[in-house]
Design a protein around this ligand. Structure first.
Ligand code: DOR
Ligand code: ZN
Ligand code: ZN
Length: 421
């Protein structure tokens, strides 16, 4: 058979690890067997484990409008070094993606500049024409709480018809679920004040207000607490979690570098979230990669912008957790690849015939400490310096080798997964 590439080694196939030869034709997996003959090029990964490429359902690449913080080349370069082969980018760029013309302009702008595949979200706005945009986006983003960008929509009378139009068009709505009416506006000097101003109840209440959409395609972003996760699950919604909400402590990390929305929570709330995560009650990882430059972050706390970078570090830290047996590999793959790909309707996230040939290869013995200076985001800072992580040895996007020996060797071959053709 005319494979362009055959990748051979221990691979995560059908829910377990087994020696496999993965045949790739035209960027797709066309066969997965114990042995395949032929192939223009063969790659053997004797020491590694081949996983489906990771899909990050939540990044902010700032392109266009805030490209000093990040742009598509730098954001996708960071992603691919972290084993992520597809990113879904949020619409709070400048101008925000609120209609078909801003969407098409953003698509034209990022085309040919990505190192991973990608999808571009549109914002939920009162008049948004969901039918026209639906085939061209992974989903729509609803901001119920104010944060970076000006696309807040927190009025139930406006939310309901907008969401119904989106559900009719068969798309998922990712929600920043903080009820803006419950966010206090008092001056803030550190992360503890930020936390006081943005209580857990604001998240839980936003979810209660979404309960009329029970059973619909809703995804709750960056859950910070077990109550939100339980409520979301009851309503049949998918859920995302970030590593910063699981692990970072606002009593210790008090400066604006750690200012983020929703805020870092206290230990008791984080423990509840961690238990939900370990029990497999959270659907997926979403880094909520929200880069700001160090100079943005060094303003006084109250005026500094919110957001923490994470697209390059999330999966390597998760693989470090797999290595230490904190979570099983199958859970890392389901939360990092299978579920985000399936939730947003992509033929990605599995090593299976017919799926895109996106592969990330890890050598679980090659554990390192994160060196912030070697990360690729323009943010130039990360809370995870010194953390234990396993970075991918090889990363393949639709059959193209982008990372080899942990070094970038590829090109800007990333494509829009929702090009609509
Ligand atoms: O902290 C945040 N930063 N939360 C958000 O929801 C948006 C993000 C950003 O775009 O900076
Ligand atoms: Zn958000
Ligand atoms: Zn976000």
């Amino acid at each position: 058979m005319g494979f362009d590439l055959v990748v051979c080694g221990r691979a995560f196939v059908g829910g377990r690890i087994k020696y496999s030869e993965i045949g790739v034709e035209d960027g797709r997996i066309s066969a997965v067997r114990g042995s395949l003959s032929g192939g223009e090029r063969r790659i053997d990964v004797p020491g590694g484990v081949i996983l489906p490429g990771f899909v990050d359902p939540h990044v902010h690449f700032r392109d266009p409008g805030m490209t000093e913080k990040e742009d598509f080349p730098s954001g996708t370069m960071a992603a691919v070094h972290g084993g992520v082969t597809c990113v879904l980018d949020m619409p709070n760029t400048v101008p925000p993606v609120t209609d078909i013309s801003t969407l098409m302009e953003k698509k034209a702008r990022v085309k040919g500049r990505a190192h991973t595949d990608y999808g571009l979200f549109a914002a939920v706005t009162p008049g948004c024409n969901a039918g026209t945009m639906a085939p061209l986006v992974p989903g729509f983003k609803l901001f119920m709480g104010s944060t970076t960008g000006r696309i807040l929509l927190n009025d139930d009378a406006e939310i309901a018809p907008a969401l119904q139009g989106i559900f009719r068009a068969g798309k998922r709505v990712s929600v920043h679920a903080e009820d803006d009416g419950m966010i206090l506006k008092g001056r803030e000097d550190d992360c503890r004040c930020h936390l006081r101003n943005r209580p857990v109840e604001a998240e839980v209440n936003a979810l209660r207000r979404l309960s009329r959409f029970k059973g619909m395609r809703v995804n709750i972003c960056h859950n910070t607490n077990a109550e939100s996760v339980a409520l979301a699950k009851e309503l049949g919604f998918t859920t995302e979690v970030t590593l910063h909400h699981l692990f970072l402590d606002p009593d210790r990390l008090t400066t604006a570098e750690y200012k983020v929305n929703p805020p870092l929570r206290n230990a008791a709330v984080r423990e509840g979230l961690y238990a939900a995560f370990i029990d497999g009650r959270i659907s997926m990882f979403g880094s909520d990669h929200a880069p700001h430059t160090l100079s943005d972050k060094s303003q006084d706390f109250d005026s500094a912008p919110s957001g923490i970078p994470g697209v390059e570090t999330t999966i390597p830290i998760v693989m470090g957790m797999v290595r230490r047996d904190v979570i099983p590999l199958a859970q890392a793959v389901s939360m990092g690849s299978e579920t985000p790909a399936a939730s947003f309707g992509m033929r990605k996230g599995r090593i299976e015939e017919g799926y895109d040939a996106d592969l990330s290869v890890f050598d679980m013995r090659a554990c390192t400490e994160i060196d912030v200076r070697r990360l690729h985001s323009k943010a130039g800072h990360s809370p995870y310096g010194g953390w234990e992580a396993v970075f991918p040895e090889t990363v393949i996007v639709r059959g193209e080798i982008q990372i080899d020996g942990r070094e970038f060797c590829g090109d800007r071959i990333g494509e829009d997964a929702y090009a609509g053709d």
